[in-house]
Design a protein around this ligand. Structure first.
Ligand code: HEC
Length: 188
């Protein structure tokens, strides 16, 4: 993770974000005003949310169904108890709601001074911020893509269907990669 020194910036709350939350407010049955969106209080950076919430919770889903083929035979790991399924449901709901968190305006991309670990390939936090501001509809589209993909996992979990949950893992992976390819490492 990136933890060096960079100029502090609240500037993300620009035209882009305004457009994003006006359209969000509009989607909520007309009762919410754009002003209501100003009550959001983002705390984690985008990098924090990715590394410390989204990645671990996605891993809970991805590692829930596994087939190990060894010399001694095939060992299948899948959720069994009510607790197993409840934990998975929590992971799916966390990802679905984190997709909403990704659309909250004013969130920093990374700690001040953070540098790209692969400058030639990955965009810097400043470049990512600019790209989001310039392409708000694309950003929201990928956040919705994460929600839609995780809804597939949630349906499988609600139906306690391990095979469908395993299939949904591939859809989820694509939803992550689609956004990363556009906003994180477009030159890869
Ligand atoms: C709406 C866009 C979007 C979606 C969807 C998305 N990501 Fe990200 N992710 C980003 C961006 C942009 C970065 C680069 C931020 C940074 O680290 O500066 C990133 C960075 C990351 C990082 C590195 C964080 C760090 O700096 O240590 C991980 C890990 C990650 N994402 C995992 C995931 C996983 C897993 C999923 C899907 C379950 C996912 N992301 C979905 C946009 C997205």
């Amino acid at each position: 993770m990136r933890r060096t020194i960079r100029a502090f910036s609240y500037a993300f709350l620009g035209l882009t974000a305004a457009v994003a939350f006006v359209s969000l407010a509009g989607a909520q049955s007309g009762t919410a005003s754009p002003k209501a969106a100003l009550t959001y209080r983002p705390v984690g950076t985008l990098a924090d949310i990715m590394a410390d919430v989204i990645m671990p919770e996605a891993n809970v889903l991805w590692s829930s169904v596994e087939v190990d083929v060894t010399a001694k035979g095939t060992v299948k790991k899948e959720p069994k108890t009510a607790e197993d399924w409840a934990r998975l449901r929590g992971a799916a709901l966390t990802l679905i709601e984190m997709a909403n968190a990704l659309m909250v305006p004013g969130r920093q991309i990374d700690e001040p001074g953070a540098k790209s670990e692969a400058p030639g390939t990955e965009l810097s936090p400043e470049q990512i911020k600019k790209r989001i501001e310039e392409n708000p509809a694309v950003w929201v589209g990928f956040a919705h893509g994460l929600q839609d993909a995780t809804m597939q996992s949630l349906k499988a979990i609600n139906a306690k269907n391990a095979d469908a949950l395993s299939d949904a893992g591939g859809t989820l992976d694509t939803a992550c990669e689609d956004c990363h390819l556009f906003f994180w490492y477009p030159k890869r």
